[in-house]
Design a protein around this ligand. Structure first.
Ligand SMILES: Nc1nc2c(ncn2[C@@H]2O[C@H](COP(=O)(O)OP(=O)(O)OP(=O)(O)O)[C@@H](O)[C@H]2O)c(=O)[nH]1
Ligand SMILES: [Mg+2]
Length: 186
């Protein structure tokens, strides 16, 4: 059945950042006339449930539940903790607002790479390596993430142990566009 890999998958966009380097809210910046937030949301359109981690009232995105950060301002690792708590079970497809070239084909490649042992699935950028945003995470990771955060850790790339992370290589480089400054959009 077409799209069945999305069964039980929660699409999540983490959008609680301050866009300090961009200089204005990058979620609302446009690429080809469409906001970065709407572009990422479109890539996750086939997810069964859709959750936006952001302050209440900050964005309106039809069909998406808004869940505010449990630890506001503590970064995307904390955003993922909130997301996995809200999802409750199964897999979360976890995107940043600033990845406007993702599409459903990208996510489906990751969904197909899930294994029984893996609690995370990440794409490998040819130079930058495994990408912790634009990745899949299983709700079983929640205790580990809470432990990391409680111990003061904030680095998203430590989210999953390497032996529990399935990696996908060979995806087109355009998918990895990550908008941090206005120059990244030109
Ligand atoms: N939920 C949540 N998401 C966050 C938080 N901090 C960053 N993010 C998101 O994580 C993704 C990548 O983060 P960054 O590129 O550092 O974005 P940012 O923090 O807004 O930008 P800078 O201020 O320039 O670092 C973006 O989608 C951000 O919105 C946070 O505290 N909570
Ligand atoms: Mg940041």
């Amino acid at each position: 059945m077409v799209g069945s890999e999305w069964e039980g998958v929660t699409g999540v966009i983490t959008a609680g950042g301050k866009s300090r380097r961009f200089g204005s809210d990058k979620a609302l910046a446009r690429l080809d006339g469409v906001t970065l937030l709407e572009r990422v949301a479109a890539s996750l359109n086939d997810a069964q449930r859709k959750i936006l981690i952001a302050p209440r009232g900050s964005y309106s995105l039809s069909g998406w539940e808004v869940v505010p950060d449990g630890r506001p301002g503590e970064g995307p690792l904390a955003g993922l903790e909130t997301a996995l708590t809200a999802a409750g079970s199964g897999w979360v497809a976890f995107a940043g607002v600033d990845m406007p070239r993702l599409d459903s084909t990208y996510w489906e490649a990751l969904l197909q790479a899930r294994t029984a042992e893996a609690w995370a699935v990440q794409a490998i950028h040819p130079q930058r390596g495994p990408q912790p945003l634009g990745a899949l995470y299983h709700a079983a990771l929640l205790p580990r993430i809470t432990r990391l955060l409680d111990s003061g850790e904030r680095r998203l790339r430590l989210v999953s142990a390497p032996e529990q992370t399935a990696l996908v290589s060979g995806l087109p480089e355009r998918y990895f566009l990550n908008v941090n400054t206005p120059d990244d959009l030109t």
